[in-house]
Design a protein around this ligand. Structure first.
Ligand SMILES: [Zn+2]
Length: 225
């Protein structure tokens, strides 16, 4: 930062509480104000993350203006954590959405800390935002179409796994049969597809029961009114 800009760091915004994205903030503590979602601060404090505790928290939106530039921070619901932020740079038409909107890539491993239905709704909200460039943090840059494509993957993963559960398949059968072939060229397809299905199988199972025929009415039972 010093070499590139030679300016003190005035703000540090934590994208979400996960240690691989929020640790080490204390190196900027002499000059910076630390910003995070309210729940990110709760987790950082409760789990004693090795980082600076946020000074400013918010629950919906916050705008930071510095040196004539504007950064808008948005909370669009729970997705890959319950406190993930979208950073929008309106003048540059860029959004930063680390860990929850990969560009032509699958979600990480077994999708730990996932809120699936809200994740889909959050993707729809991002699709309504005004931007050209999507910076996913990991992997290459993308565009708005990549958000729609990723939502397509998530919806296909859900639909296909639900079908497997309804057909009475075991988790191993589901992992073999739900190939999601359309996405075979995406990043981490080989490594993460079976793990994504493991997550989704458990998720679907927790919301789904096989329907059972209604029990026959006992004879002599009083008629309903
Ligand atoms: Zn994360």
């Amino acid at each position: 930062m010093k070499k590139q800009f030679n300016q003190p760091v005035k703000y540090v915004a934590y994208s979400h509480d996960h240690p691989d994205h929020a640790s080490g903030g204390e190196v900027f503590a002499d000059t910076a104000i630390f910003v995070a979602h309210t729940r990110a601060k709760e987790v950082i404090v409760a789990e004693k993350r090795p980082t600076a505790v946020p000074n400013i928290t918010f629950s919906d939106n916050m705008t930071i203006e510095l040196g004539g530039k504007k950064v808008e921070l948005h909370y669009v619901g729970r997705n890959h954590s319950d406190n993930t932020l979208v950073a929008h740079f309106p003048a540059e038409r860029v959004i930063f959405t680390v860990d929850w909107i990969p560009v032509q890539g699958l979600p990480f491993r077994d999708m730990n800390d996932t809120y699936f239905e809200e994740w889909i709704e959050g993707l729809k909200r991002v699709e309504q935002m005004d931007f050209d460039i999507l910076a996913p943090g990991h992997g290459r840059l993308g565009k708005k179409d990549d958000v729609r494509a990723f939502r397509g993957y998530m919806e296909d993963l859900h639909r296909a796994t639900l079908e497997a559960v309804r057909a009475g398949k075991s988790i191993e059968q589901a992992k073999a049969d739900v190939t999601l072939e359309k996405y075979k060229d995406w990043g981490a397809y080989q490594a993460f597809r079976p793990l994504n299905i493991e997550f989704m199988y458990g998720h679907v199972k927790s919301h789904w029961r096989p329907s059972v025929p209604p029990a026959p009415a006992a004879s002599g039972a009083p008629k309903g009114n």
